[in-house]
Design a protein around this ligand. Structure first.
Ligand SMILES: [Zn+2]
Length: 225
């Protein structure tokens, strides 16, 4: 995305009150290459300009504000950008973010991705889907079916880029009946190990919830150099 005359995403964001939580969320998403590429290439246009508006979205307003912000961060030569318009729409559609107080960055990222995903939903309306019955099915089949149902109501570029599935297995302690479900997620919380300092160049490789439904287990690759 290099362009010698512009800032290429290396910009500061002004605090609008205690909005550092939002600025860190924006920086985090802005540096997600595929997402920024998608917006700089204006691939969202057709989905925003059509007649049908998803009632769970923002009628494309948050997407347009995000596109404008992305453009200012990557295609201008400003050193500092004020994410004012974006902040206004975010607060308008989710009252949690209306004021200028502190909030949680993870919640903020989730909200941004949710709204953009709804605005970029590829369907024409949201079909009703029933819960998938997984009993007697292989994991491959059950996972595939659960994913297809999720996509029927949520298909969007955001889901393509960020969503995955949790497999959870629950065994009834009385009748020993086993229930397996596949639930979509777009964010994974990773616990920070309490050691002095660890340099991690990590990629989440795989994970599972253990048989007792108690501990999350994570596997990372880390580089030593
Ligand atoms: Zn039971």
């Amino acid at each position: 995305m290099q362009d010698s005359s512009s800032n290429n995403g290396k910009v500061g964001l002004s605090n609008l009150g205690n909005t550092c939580y939002m600025n860190s969320s924006i920086q985090c998403l802005s540096n997600t290459y595929e997402l920024t590429r998608f917006f700089l290439d204006r691939k969202y246009k057709d989905l925003i300009d059509r007649e049908w508006k998803n009632p769970l979205g923002t009628e494309g307003r948050l997407v347009k504000a995000w596109a404008k912000l992305t453009g200012e961060m990557w295609r201008s030569n400003q050193q500092v950008v004020r994410p004012e318009l974006f902040k206004r729409f975010l607060g308008e559609y989710n009252v949690t973010f209306q004021g200028y107080g502190q909030h949680d960055s993870q919640e903020c990222i989730n909200t941004i991705l949710d709204f953009i995903s709804e605005d970029l939903y590829k369907g024409e309306k949201k079909p009703y889907v029933e819960q998938t019955e997984t009993e007697g099915k292989s994991d491959e089949v059950a996972s595939y079916e659960a994913w297809n149902k999720h996509i029927l109501r949520n298909e969007s570029f955001i889901q393509d880029l960020f969503a995955g599935q949790f497999r959870s297995k629950l065994t009834c302690s009385v009748c020993k009946r086993v229930s397996i479900t596949f639930d979509p997620f777009s964010m994974v919380s990773v616990p920070i190990v309490s050691v002095n300092y660890v340099e991690v160049d990590g990629y989440l490789m795989s994970y599972h919830i253990d048989e007792n439904y108690q501990n999350f287990k994570w596997k990372f690759t880390m580089r030593d150099d």
